[in-house]
Design a protein around this ligand. Structure first.
Ligand code: ATP
Ligand code: MG
Length: 463
């Protein structure tokens, strides 16, 4: 692969000597006599590495380094330092330069630095690739027109610095969209910090967002950084922003307007570089009308709106989502089960008031509870209750007195109740033969014993 190196030095002798050495190594070289020229050439030439003189007329090396890294945060730069500028070169490495070379330049040293730096480039791109794999976790499944529009818009807005307000019902995938925007943005290597504004009591939200200094209020035992500070260089996700108190809204507005924050109880302000993405399931325009949300803040947050449509308006995605979640849950350790086409049809007809989160939980339930090797339409009717699009009643809560999972308050409760029911059935199937049941469930016998004890099944079965 051909490598490109940019040489920036205002001394012609140095440019030519370096160029000669590099070209001998079959590297494609361009030279610039100033920082300004380098900034013009950089975007087109896209060098793998830059050799940059510390001391130049006009824009000096440090300033050029800073600007180059603004153009390309991954730029690899080796500083060239003359006599008396070593201190500056070292400083430059602290600002992100990879290494420095000292004048007079020595061929062996140049080649060594070159080799190391280019190897580093390979490592960096490897890292990017690994990150991309992590991003696959944020994969937004679906090919309906509705979700395609969401994806198209988020891909357009991601590379910019624009604020985004994501709206949509519960469980539609708002957080997923926020994470995807971050992952596709130039800030991807920076932090993604989430704040659930609805979950934090209003008297604590300011400290949560902006931090506090020790002693600023009862319970502030030590200095603490807020989420804005933690998100510096990255993205701050203000989830359920419609639930924020008016006083916190005022502070957030100031942070967005001025780009500075101050910790609660601190006199001084702090500059932060944060991209804010907000989300809410409320109708914010209505909240503004009734005086619960500041209009000026809404304008600041809602630079680019993204509305995530409810699942019932994109039923075409359901089959794909079912396959996606079944595969994901199986990888996570649940028994693999084929989901019959009629079952998928039945799932597609359901109205999903809890949207994709409800669908995901439904699939988990089916994989845990469906008795056979395949998930049937009947299983869906039994286990995924509620209204269908056609207004038919699911049969799940008819009769069956032991269907406690349908009344469970939380999903954790539900899972435990469901597991209990499941183990009970299995034990009964095997006439309470624990070894047999353990084999069927592919579960160590000791685990099964523990569960039997935990759920009080020994008594229930009289074993
Ligand atoms: N299009 C999609 N493809 C794959 N998974 C999805 C999709 N949309 C949502 N999910 C998954 O569904 C679950 C709920 O999504 P998420 O938490 O993003 O929704 P939300 O809109 O933020 O919900 P809430 O309003 O309850 O906070 C998550 O596990 C998410 O990964
Ligand atoms: Mg959410």
């Amino acid at each position: 692969m051909s490598r490109r190196v940019l040489i920036v030095d205002d001394e012609k002798g140095i440019r030519e000597a370096l160029k000669q050495v590099l070209e001998y190594e079959e590297i494609e070289v361009q030279t610039c006599a100033s920082g300004h020229e380098a900034l013009r050439v950089y975007p087109e030439f896209r060098p793998h590495l830059v050799f940059l003189d510390v001391k130049m007329e006009g824009m000096d090396g440090l300033e050029t380094l800073k600007r180059v890294r603004e153009l390309d945060p991954d730029a690899q730069v080796v500083m060239i330092s003359g006599h008396g500028t070593i201190q500056t070169a070292v400083e430059a490495t602290q600002l992100g330069a990879y290494d420095f070379l000292e004048k007079p330049l020595d061929t062996d040293r140049i080649l060594l630095t070159l080799r190391n730096a280019l190897q580093h480039v390979v490592l960096v791109s490897e890292n990017v690739r690994l990150k991309e794999e992590v991003h696959a976790q944020y994969e937004i499944v679906g090919s309906s027109e509705a979700i395609r529009q969401v994806i198209e818009r988020l891909e357009k807005v991601a590379p910019t610095a624009a604020r985004v307000l994501i709206t949509g019902e519960n469980g539609t995938g708002k957080e997923l969209v926020a994470r995807a925007i971050h992952a596709l943005s130039p800030r991807a290597a920076g932090p993604f910090v989430e704040v659930n504004c609805a979950a934090i009591p209003s008297e604590l939200i300011e400290s949560e967002l902006f931090g506090h200094v020790k002693g600023s209020f009862t319970g502030a035992f030590a200095d603490r950084a807020g989420k804005f500070e933690l998100a510096d260089g990255g993205t701050l996700f203000l989830d359920e922003v419609g639930d924020m108190s008016l006083s916190a809204q005022a502070k957030v507005l100031r942070a967005l307007q001025e780009g500075v924050i101050s910790r609660v109880g601190a006199g001084k302000t702090l500059a932060v570089d944060v991209r804010v993405i907000a989300a809410t399931n409320k109708n914010v325009a209505r909240e503004v009308r009734v005086g619960h949300f500041r209009e000026d803040l809404l304008y600041r947050l809602n630079v680019v709106p993204i509305e995530v449509p409810p699942l019932r308006e994109r039923r075409g995605d359901i089959a794909q989502l079912v396959a996606h979640f079944a595969a994901e849950l199986t990888r996570g350790g649940l028994p693999p089960k084929e989901i019959e086409p009629a079952a998928v049809q039945r799932l597609t007809a359901h109205d999903w008031p809890g949207n994709i989160r409800e669908l995901k939980n439904g699939i988990e339930r089916l994989l845990i509870l469906a008795a056979g090797k395949k998930v049937t339409q009947d299983d869906v009717e039994r286990l995924v209750g509620g209204e269908t699009a056609a207004g038919r009643r699911g049969t799940a809560d008819d009769g069956e007195g032991d269907a406690t999972w349908l009344r469970a308050a939380t999903f954790e409760d539900f899972k435990q109740a469901a597991e209990r029911a499941f183990l009970l059935t299995k034990l009964e199937e095997h006439d309470w033969n624990v070894s047999e049941t353990a084999r069927t469930l592919q579960m160590p016998r000791s685990n099964l014993y523990k569960k039997i004890e935990r759920y009080g099944l020994a008594r229930a079965g009289g074993a």
